[in-house]
Structure formats: C-alpha cells, structure tokens
Write a protein that binds this ligand. Structure first.
Ligand code: SF4
Length: 377
C-alpha cells in the first residue's frame, strides 16, 4: 500500500478545486524536504510528550533536528493539547483520547486515509487537533478541508458508538503562535461530504474534471509545467487595455498585481528549467548556465577576530563578528587586505540560467558537478 493516499487530506484543498491535479501530481516524484523532515521530528517529539502526560510508556525520540527551538515549540503544542485533554476530563467521566490515530475517510474519498495528531471524544463533541510545525503561512482551521477529512475519518470510527453532534477542529502552529479553532455540526459536515466531497473525489481519483489554476497551485508538484496554469498566466499577460494613451492609476495597480502573480509563476518555470540544465545537462534555446553571484565569507571567524584584535581594533562585534563589508570600513581597504586577505574567500556561485546575451561565461554541467564536489569536500 502507498504511504500517502493519492487523495490525501493535506492536498484536499487543491484536488477539491482542481480535481485532475491529483493524478497529474502523481506522475511527479514526491521528494521530501528538510522542512518536512523537521515537521516529522516535531510530531514525534510532541507525541512522546503527550504520551508521557497520559501516563503511557514512551521513549523520547532523537533526531538531527533536536534543538532548544524544537523543545520549546513542541512544549507549546503539548501544553495546549494537555489543556484540551484536561478540560475534556473535567466535563466527561471517560473521554477517549487518541494520538497519531490513522483515520480512514474512504467512505467518501476512494482509498482516502490520513493521521490525526490528537483526537478527543467527550460529551457529544469530537475534537480533532493538528500540529503544524511550519512557519511559512498561518493556517486557519475555518472550513479547512484537511481537517474536515480527518473529522470524517474520526466520525467513521466513533459516530456509531458515541452520540457526537459537533466536531471542533483546531490547528496549533506554535512557531507562529497561531491557534485556530472551528466548529461544525456533524449534520453540516456530512451534508458537505455528500454534496461536494464525494463527487469531486470521484472525479479526482479518475483524473477527470476541469483544471483550475489558482492560489492552490502553490505547492502542486505539477505547477512548473502545468499547461492550464501556463495558459492562465499567459492570457493574463495579454491584458487588453482600452484608450486613453496612458494607463490610469487603476490600470497601473492592476498591472502590479498581475506582475506579482506572473513573476511567481515565472520563478517556478525558471527553477524547473535550471534544475534540468544542472542535473541532466538539458539545453534551452537562447539560454546558458553561468556561475551565479556569490558573497565573500571568512574562512575562520576566530582567526579573523584574533588578528584584528591584536592589530588594536576593538569594535568588531555586534551580535557576532561584524561582516566583511563593515570590517573593510573599520580597517580601511588597504589594512583589511594586509591583515585578512588570506582569511576571506569567495565561494563559487550557484549555477544560474541566463539569456545568451549575459556577459558571464557559460559553464558546463561537468564544471558544475566538480564545483559542487569541491564544496562538499
Ligand atoms: S498547477 Fe494548478 S492548475 Fe495545474 S494541476 Fe496543479 S493545481 Fe491544477
């Protein structure tokens, strides 16, 4: 069985709007990222803390992400979750509390399943709590499809045993100090599941329905080469302005917002083309790979500090050792060169895809690979 459902809860906001995206995404590698790995480490530690709170046996997980921050933020989540559990215990004699519970919502979404971080069933209320360790964007629980799918999975487990009327969905995002809560009645939730979710899921599982570009494209794995998205943006660029000869203020504002959206899309396409040029030597007509710009850096901060202090300079720390530009100002160019030239290097810049007219010399993939290798040694 696949580790992630094709129609996953976390991508539901996308396939509900653009049903064929699920099948299209499945043709791309689902590469993990350092952020995803950090999130997994945070979930494991948070689960451990809650198991200890519940008096269950648990061994503290270790990971490469162990840090004061990880400790602090998982504490924040664990305290929030513990408060909910305590409140449920106060209002109900024997609430059900489950951690990292597999939730199967396949009664509405073919092969659909996910994992609920914390489920509490008490007194007609089902609580679903989700820890989000990311800090990119604050996520709201309001009408959140991912939470609604988890809720349907939890209802499938408990609804026949307990008289649940209300589902309360909470997202806790400790690094943004964001706690968002949303309540929905079971009747409203199941009406949505029947009317909207089930038909869209049927389309999505068979790769049918209309492609619909929008905000939800942001993390779609097909976003860089999706034709529907390209057509949408290219048609935006063909905006038809009416006379007079000069743009009005409203039109300029419109162009600004178009330009923002277009440049985000263009950055995706650039990233895709650059990646293929570097990894596979792919050539794009009118473009070449060059060494990108890079910044100078100290080879050893402690040696720099030692030399500059011995030369009688004292003002060399702000929160840490001052940067190269500030140091150059403090010492003067000549003295900087005499004292520190051997401790400053300019690492090779990351390869960049630029138009052929760019003055920089083209580099080959082999050069690039060698440069990468040198950096790692
Ligand atoms: S990029 Fe956008 S339009 Fe294209 S498949 Fe993904 S979600 Fe749909």
């Amino acid at each position: 069985m696949r580790a992630h459902a094709l129609l996953s809860a976390s991508s539901a906001h996308r396939w509900l709007r653009c049903p064929p995206s699920a099948r299209l995404e499945d043709t791309f590698e689902n590469a993990t990222s350092v952020f995803a790995e950090e999130g997994t480490a945070a979930h494991a530690l948070a689960e451990h803390k809650l198991r200890v709170f519940l008096g269950q046996k648990s061994q503290r997980p270790e990971s490469d992400f162990d840090s004061a921050d990880l400790q602090y933020y998982t504490d924040m989540y664990a305290e929030y979750a513990a408060e909910l559990i305590t409140a449920a215990r106060a209002s109900c004699k024997d609430p059900i509390v489950l951690l990292e519970q597999r939730l199967d919502y396949s009664c509405y979404v073919p092969e659909g399943f996910g994992t609920g971080d914390l489920i509490i069933v008490a007194d007609g209320i089902l609580d679903i709590v989700d820890l989000k360790y990311g800090k990119g964007v604050a996520v709201s629980a309001e009408d959140n499809p991912q939470m609604k799918l988890y809720a349907l999975g939890a209802l499938a487990l408990f609804d026949s045993l307990y008289d649940i009327q209300v589902v309360r969905m909470s997202i806790c995002q400790p690094r943004l100090e964001n706690v968002s809560t949303y309540e929905i009645t079971v009747d409203e939730l199941t009406a949505w599941a029947e009317k909207e979710l089930r038909p869209k899921a049927r389309l999505a599982i068979s790769g049918e329905g209309e492609f619909l570009p929008g905000e939800h494209c942001r993390f779609c794995r097909a976003r860089q080469t999706c034709r529907a998205r390209a057509e949408e943006y290219l048609s935006l660029a063909k905006h038809d302005f009416k006379p007079p000869l000069l743009l009005t203020e409203e039109e300029i504002a419109e162009v600004l917002s178009l330009a923002d959206r277009l440049s985000l899309w263009a950055a995706d396409v650039y990233a895709y083309a650059t990646d293929l040029a570097i990894r596979e030597g792919r050539e794009w007509q009118g473009y070449k790979l060059v060494e990108g710009r890079s910044n100078r850096r100290y080879t050893s901060e402690s040696l720099v500090a030692e030399i500059v202090t011995a030369a009688g300079y004292t003002d060399i720390y702000k929160q840490s050792l001052i940067g190269i530009t500030d140091m150059e100002k403090l010492l003067g160019k000549q003295r900087f060169k005499e004292l520190l030239a051997h401790l400053v290097e300019k690492p090779p810049g990351k390869p960049a895809l630029v138009p052929l007219a760019d003055k920089r010399l083209a580099i080959t993939v082999k050069q690039t690979a060698e440069a990468d290798f040198k950096e790692e040694v």
